[in-house]
Design a protein around this ligand. Structure first.
Ligand SMILES: [Zn+2]
Length: 283
């Protein structure tokens, strides 16, 4: 551990990749851990935070400009090469934008809560994420990670409640199809229908202000998030009436699918590795 701390920390022995990571109480508290980190690491600079936003949006705009200005000038067959390249690059850049909005949700963007929420709301809404709705459930996920009863997402099912159809999906084709659906539809299905989420006693959706995910004082923020996503969707519809649906899908839709795919991949790998311990309310 860092200088100034009285805690000695022993490097854990190299573990086999599939054996459980240590899950017993560590020999230090969260407070001690925080104290060992230099204080400047907790300072949030508005300037550097905004520099990430400007940096990512500049690249996104540059890619958009190239695609919409030059692609149609190329011979037709080139479209099959240049558009996929655009989708992948734009998907990567917009994933960065997504992550900045996630940081806003953790109040890590600046020391001003209102600024973090404003930037997060704008950035997440532009990627059709209900900002406050997800911020609230995501915070609860962080404080209950690995809990079979209280974690919000990627909650593993006990053997007793695994669906009858699961055995038919446990083959290369079934796993491929499951993976494809998870990567493309997983995120919207989770937001809209709580798929792979924590079991609730009634219908749970990130778009439903009266869903059991939220407390009474949080409901207004869900209305705000919904209104923002509705406005963004309406804007996309409006652009589609002018530019055409194919234009919107090529410029925005496919990159968004790639962002969602990245997001699911990152969180899937973080939360479903065999070595991760899970626990229930008894522990
Ligand atoms: Zn987080």
């Amino acid at each position: 551990m860092g200088a100034g701390s009285h805690v000695t920390y022993h490097e854990p022995k190299l573990l086999k990749p599939l054996s459980r990571v240590p899950h017993t109480k560590p020999p230090f508290t969260v407070g001690q851990l925080k104290k060992a980190i230099p204080p400047h690491c907790f300072e949030r600079s508005i300037l550097s935070s905004f520099s990430y936003v400007v940096y990512d949006l500049s690249i996104a705009l540059f890619l958009y400009y190239i695609a919409t200005t030059y692609f149609h000038l190329l011979p037709h067959t080139f479209a099959f090469i240049v558009w996929p390249i655009y989708w992948i690059l734009q998907g990567c850049i917009l994933t960065g934008v997504w992550v900045i909005a996630h940081e806003c949700g953790h109040h890590a963007f600046s020391k001003y809560q209102w600024l973090d929420d404003l930037v997060g709301l704008v950035l997440h809404t532009s990627l059709l994420v209900p900002y406050f709705s997800w911020k609230i459930s995501h915070r609860r996920h962080h404080s209950n990670t690995g809990s079979l009863d209280r974690d919000e997402v990627f909650v593993p099912k006990p053997k007793s409640s695994v669906g009858w159809y699961s055995k038919y999906l446990n083959n290369p084709i079934g796993r491929g199809v499951t993976l494809l659906i998870t990567l493309t539809l997983g995120w919207p299905l989770y937001l809209a229908f709580n798929v792979s989420g924590r079991p609730y006693d009634r219908f749970a959706s990130h778009f439903h202000p009266h869903a059991p995910i939220y407390s009474d004082r949080e409901r207004l923020l869900i209305y705000v998030s919904d209104a923002a996503v509705f406005a963004a969707t309406y804007l996309l519809y409006h652009i589609a009436t002018i530019k055409g649906m194919v234009w919107v899908v090529c410029v925005y839709g496919v990159p968004l699918l790639i962002v969602n795919g990245f997001l699911v991949t990152i969180t899937y790998l973080q939360h479903t590795h065999f070595s991760l311990p899970h626990y229930d309310s008894k522990e």
